[in-house]
Design a protein around this ligand. Structure first.
Ligand SMILES: Cc1cc2nc3c(=O)[nH]c(=O)nc-3n(C[C@H](O)[C@H](O)[C@H](O)COP(=O)(O)OP(=O)(O)OC[C@H]3O[C@@H](n4cnc5c(N)ncnc54)[C@H](O)[C@@H]3O)c2cc1C
Ligand code: FES
Length: 284
């Protein structure tokens, strides 16, 4: 059991949870995630470790309520227990002094961008952060990212904060004006694919933190299979970071839609902790 020590909304339908998890906090490195099981009967879901404090023995996750498990999680408060957290999982992000790096976060992908920006800044990089969301109320971590970045560009679809437009608009402008050594992105699949296309003509190494559906998070089920340069990888072990110029994004988008009907029905039913059987074979 892991106790929640802080719970607060940071954006519309997005909640920050700080959880006691001393062993994970000690080992965590940027780019890694935890598999979270909220209650005895229910699925495990992957969530990025957005921050960790080894001295306090806590990790922070930022959760967007999109379905049954994330809604259960975001309804929990201080003192509530999470049944189990497995982690830190995944291969840490490559962190070294590349020079000038751009970190792009779309929507809840900012939870992935933030620890990467912190680690890259500590490694001596000049970090340019670009974040985006539909509206001002969908943004979070602006102050935290500003503190570790030489520039912070905020974009919203409706212009309610920062510039009106997509993160790729800001990215194109920065690339045109600045020599950039590396770009990292995290967010919706369509956004990461667009980022890859914007950076491709500049030949800038570009890394995407992929978000396939994961079942076990330990390389056993094949649910998180992604295709990169024609080779299959398991994102939970080999990733989640991959060369964005080589990822088969249409396949990732297709596989992420595999359970949409099933998930919608389950959300409608919304019987807390109802047993669910998942046809893993269908996703592999
Ligand atoms: C490595 C990794 C790190 C992640 N980090 C975070 C994070 O820090 N914060 C956060 O809020 N979410 C994160 N996600 C996504 C999160 O795991 C899913 O939103 C969650 O599993 C949905 O579970 P659910 O039962 O609430 O919703 P479900 O009912 O399972 O799904 C609801 C909707 O979300 C879509 N969905 C489900 N899983 C994913 C996925 N992996 N990626 C994109 N869409 C999905 C479904 O297709 C459906 O439309 C991460 C995913 C991965 C693979
Ligand atoms: S989630 Fe099962 S192999 Fe990656």
């Amino acid at each position: 059991m892991n106790t929640i020590v802080e719970s607060r909304p940071v954006a519309s339908e997005i909640t920050l949870l700080r959880i006691a998890a001393p062993k994970i906090a000690r080992k965590h490195r940027a780019g890694q995630f935890v598999m979270v099981r909220v209650a005895e009967v229910g699925e495990r879901i992957p969530l990025t470790i957005a921050d960790s404090d080894p001295e306090a023995g806590t990790i922070t996750i930022v959760v967007q309520a999109v379905g049954k498990t994330t809604e259960m999680l975001t309804s929990l408060g201080v003192g509530d227990e999470i049944l189990d957290l497995a982690g830190p999982l995944g291969t840490p992000s490559e962190v070294e002094d590349f020079g000038t790096v751009i970190v792009v976060g779309g929507g809840v992908g900012t939870a992935v961008s933030y620890p990467t920006a912190v680690a890259l800044s500590k490694a001596g990089n000049s970090v340019i952060s670009i974040i985006g969301g539909r509206s001002q109320e969908n943004l979070f971590f602006e102050d935290e990212l500003a503190a570790v970045s030489t520039e912070l560009h905020v974009c919203t679809d409706d212009g309610s904060a920062g510039r009106r437009g997509l993160v790729t608009d800001a990215l194109a402008d920065v690339l045109a004006a600045t020599t950039v050594d590396r770009v990292l992105c995290a967010g919706p699949v369509v956004m990461m694919e667009a980022v890859a296309e914007v950076t491709r003509p500049y030949d800038v190494p570009t890394v995407a933190s992929l978000n396939p559906i994961m079942v076990d998070g330990t390389g056993m089920c094949g649910g998180c299979r992604v295709s990169v340069d024609g080779t299959n990888y398991f994102a939970c072990l080999d990733g989640p970071d991959f060369d964005a110029h080589l990822v088969d994004f249409p396949l990732l988008a297709q596989r992420n839609r595999a359970y949409v009907d099933f998930e919608a029905k389950r959300r409608e039913a919304m019987q807390p902790c109802a047993a669910v059987s998942v046809d893993v074979e269908a996703a592999t």
